[in-house]
Design a protein around this ligand. Structure first.
Ligand code: ATP
Ligand code: MG
Length: 316
């Protein structure tokens, strides 16, 4: 069954991206399309040079974590994404886009946003429908957008003929949800302005150590201070989850100092092979480019008939 997942090049990849997305992706590579959503990174103020550099860095890291059996691509290089997005904009209504929670949240308090921030859920619908996945595993923050994707597909099919496969929404595989080290009630996000709370995949060991040693815990000094409790001890719980997800164990650990030392070791050990592979690949950028070029050609071949069918059905 086809799987599709996109990562926005809005910042350096984080430990959250690794444990919550890249690792599960590496385990599921048959008939998998994994892309870098550079078009989605244009919906807010951006720097062209930074966007290009991040796109290259993420491409290299996708190979470094072992995604070598998947179809890898950069979204903007597969023109059918924007081609179908326009057709779907002619299927969507402003009334439904006005209800998108993410748009309301990001647009709150500002007079005006890029028009693409408003239409981005429609581009996301195109991203999905082009690959005809039967299921879309989706986390809470994207449920409303996948619901819109289904609505647009059903409306198009009913109006113009059966072009799209209407995907079902499924729960994502239970991956880790990594929280910020500096504010463990918010998630670790690559675009967040949170230098102390975000561990990046390319952080050297001393940087990892410094960030983990400053992680927020709490003032509990009881004998059972090191225990998971999402409500009462979010910082400690986050460190325990990171430790386990990185292959470490909390057995015998009773102090926050010992916990942070164990987390540092486990994270450094998890990042080390990725950083080595990244260094090797970065010294041979032509290889990364050729892998992506082949993936992009495959994406063009797979998506062209879907776009052509949609265009023909709508009268183009
Ligand atoms: P942004 O801040 O730009 O939204 P992000 O770090 O949330 O960046 P996305 O590009 O939105 O990254 O998502 C890429 C993938 O990483 C998605 O599958 C998402 O669920 C996953 N992911 C992102 N942050 C975390 C996290 N803290 N823990 C687990 N998974 C995460
Ligand atoms: Mg995100």
């Amino acid at each position: 069954m086809t799987t599709l997942s996109l990562i926005k090049p809005t910042g350096h990849l984080t430990l959250g991206n690794l444990l919550g997305a890249l690792r599960p992706m590496a385990e599921r590579q048959d008939d998998a399309f994994y892309g870098i959503a550079d078009l989605h990174a244009l919906t807010v103020r951006h720097s062209p040079a930074t966007l290009r550099a991040l796109t290259d860095e993420i491409a290299t890291l996708m190979l470094a974590v072992g995604l070598d059996r998947s179809t890898l691509f950069v979204q903007s290089r597969v023109a059918a994404h924007t081609g179908l997005a326009y057709v779907l904009e002619c299927t969507a209504y402003t009334g439904e886009l006005n209800r998108m929670i993410q748009f309301k949240e990001k647009g709150r308090g500002v007079d005006s946003t890029r028009a693409s921030l408003y239409t981005y859920p429609v581009l996301m619908a195109a991203d999905i429908l082009l690959y005809r996945p039967e299921q879309v595993p989706v986390g809470d923050d994207q449920r409303q957008h996948v619901e819109l994707t289904r609505d647009l597909a059903m409306r198009f099919n009913a109006t113009y003929g059966p072009v799209f496969t209407v995907p079902e929404m499924t729960a994502p595989p239970a991956g880790a949800r990594v929280m910020s080290l500096s504010d463990p009630t918010t998630k670790m996000g690559k675009s967040h302005d949170d230098a102390a709370g975000v561990v990046h995949l390319l952080d050297p060991p001393d940087v990892v150590r410094r960030k983990v040693s400053r992680a927020v815990t709490d003032s509990d000094v009881g004998a059972d201070a090191v225990r998971p409790d999402r409500e009462a001890k979010p910082g400690v719980t986050n460190l325990l989850e990171i430790l386990t997800a990185c292959g470490g164990s909390a057995t015998g650990i009773t102090t926050y100092g010992a916990l942070k030392a164990a987390v540092t070791d486990a994270v450094v050990a998890a990042l080390d092979p990725i950083q080595k592979a990244h260094a090797d690949l970065a010294s041979d950028p032509g290889h990364v480019q050729s892998v992506f070029a082949a993936g992009e050609q495959r994406c063009r071949d797979v998506t062209a008939p879907v776009l052509a069918a949609a265009q023909a059905a709508i009268g183009l």
